[in-house]
Design a binder for this molecule. Structure first.
Ligand code: PLP
Length: 429
């Protein structure tokens, strides 16, 4: 018998029978496992679209393995594929091709943006972010603080929103090198007022970056007339593979590279390009651009998400949405189940074939309650009883209905069995 032990709340779950045992009490619950996976963790990573796989194949199978920097025709084919993908990503954002730099991931794009701003404005030693940033912004900023920089973190209100007046007051024109705000929060899906915030920063002569890793491909984003200076995106959140990302850099703003070497990406990001994945990212950009033009795409996602929330709020007592109900991504639902151990819930839902998340899949072993939910003013206990469900274009109505049943049953059993509000592993994706 395999047992998963939630050591923080002394809960044992027998993975063969799904029986929950707590302090000797056996709930007798057996999950209705039917062998099929219901993947509701698309903010952690999303399935590679089959058409993306087809587009990448020639660059993986051996026929098109040339180095895009090589001078002969065989290398030129790879170069052309990279440039086509650059145009496709640029089209998704409504920007110029030369404003796109390919990177290895969203984390690299974020770090590059921060480092570039600091190098371009070496006399400025202040950065403004929000209290709801992903660790790929929060941790580099913590590092800066330990090296003498000042970081202002804008507060989140109870719905996960920042206050633009607080932003305006926080910017110190001769001191602030960068304002960086997450476009859509990875845990709650709540959207920041990016257009307004970027305009404020621009008027004060300060670079503005947005970590748009969760937003790109889920909502339409056009940067043509925008005051955004830099923007990060990541392939694996938008149905392209892991290990590829991009940084948009407005051609009118200054930029300094972070990774130095062979001078690829027009000397802005060295390292031989990941051609196959870049081609995949380009294809995903085309697919999502087309999908976003179709109003049904977003309506499908938000319709399923709302059906899920409405059913659970109606059927499971003391269930609430974390975050602003309208100003958020159409695919994300962060739900609080009062008195339920989030980790126990995840384990049992996993046994029922349902993937969801208490926060993210980036780190391991952190047992702190969600930084984002606590920044919104929620108690540690509420944060530990909250779970994120994130849908994708592949999520079906049938899956949502099965997930509703499973969550309702599981929460009911855990409430009978477990002491409340204990032991949630929270990571940050
Ligand atoms: N920013 C946000 C908002 C994210 O959700 C993530 C990943 O979860 C990242 C950055 C990091 O992206 P990557 O996994 O591509 O490094």
């Amino acid at each position: 018998m395999t047992q998963i032990v939630n050591w923080r709340s002394c809960v044992c779950i027998d993975t063969l029978t799904d029986k929950v045992q707590d302090n000797g009490c056996d709930s007798g619950y057996t999950a209705a496992v039917n062998g099929e996976l219901i993947y509701l963790d698309n903010n952690a990573t999303a399935r590679v679209h089959p058409e993306v796989c087809v587009a990448m194949e020639p660059y993986l199978s051996g026929e098109m393995y040339g180095n895009p920097s090589a001078g002969y025709r065989f290398g030129k084919q790879a170069r052309e594929a990279v440039e086509q993908a650059r145009g496709q990503v640029a089209a998704l954002l409504d920007v110029e091709s030369e404003e796109i730099i390919f990177t290895s991931c969203g984390t690299e794009s974020n770090n590059t943006a921060i480092q570039s701003a600091l190098k371009c404005y070496p006399d400025r030693r202040h950065v403004v972010i929000s209290a709801g940033e992903h660790s790929a912004i929060e941790k580099p900023c913590k590092y800066l603080e330990s090296h003498g920089y000042r970081v202002t973190r804008l507060a989140l209100d109870g719905e996960g929103l920042i206050d633009l007046e607080e932003l305006e007051a926080a910017i110190e024109p001769d001191e602030t090198a960068l304002v960086s705000l997450i476009w859509a929060n990875n845990e709650t899906g709540v959207l920041s007022p990016i257009d307004e915030a970027a305009t404020i920063a621009k008027e004060k002569g300060v670079l503005f970056h947005s970590d748009a890793v969760q937003a790109i491909g889920k909502i339409p984003i056009g940067l043509h007339d925008s005051a955004v200076s830099m923007l990060s995106l990541s392939g694996h959140k938008l149905h392209a593979p892991k290990g590829v990302g991009a940084l948009y850099v407005n051609r009118r703003v200054r930029f300094e590279p972070w990774i130095l070497g062979g001078g690829q990406e027009s000397d802005r990001r060295s390292g031989t390009e990941n051609v196959a994945s870049i081609v995949g990212l380009g294809k995903a950009a085309v697919l999502l651009q087309n999908a976003l033009k179709n109003e049904n795409h977003q309506a499908h996602l938000s319709g399923l998400r709302d059906r899920f929330e409405k059913a659970l709020i109606g059927r499971v007592a003391n269930t609430q949405v974390n975050g602003h109900c309208e100003k958020r991504l159409p695919n994300t639902s962060n739900l609080y189940f009062e008195g339920v151990d989030g980790e126990g819930l995840l384990i049992l839902l996993d046994n029922a074939g349902i993937c969801c998340s208490p926060g993210s899949a980036c780190g391991t072993g952190s047992v702190k309650p969600s930084r984002v939910l606590t920044a919104m003013g929620f108690s540690s206990s509420r944060a530990r009883s909250s779970v994120r469900f994130s849908l994708s274009m592949f999520t079906t109505e049938e899956e949502i209905d099965r997930a509703i049943e499973a969550v309702e049953q599981t929460v009911g059993k855990l409430r009978v069995t477990l002491p409340s509000g204990r032991g949630s592993v929270v990571r940050n994706t």
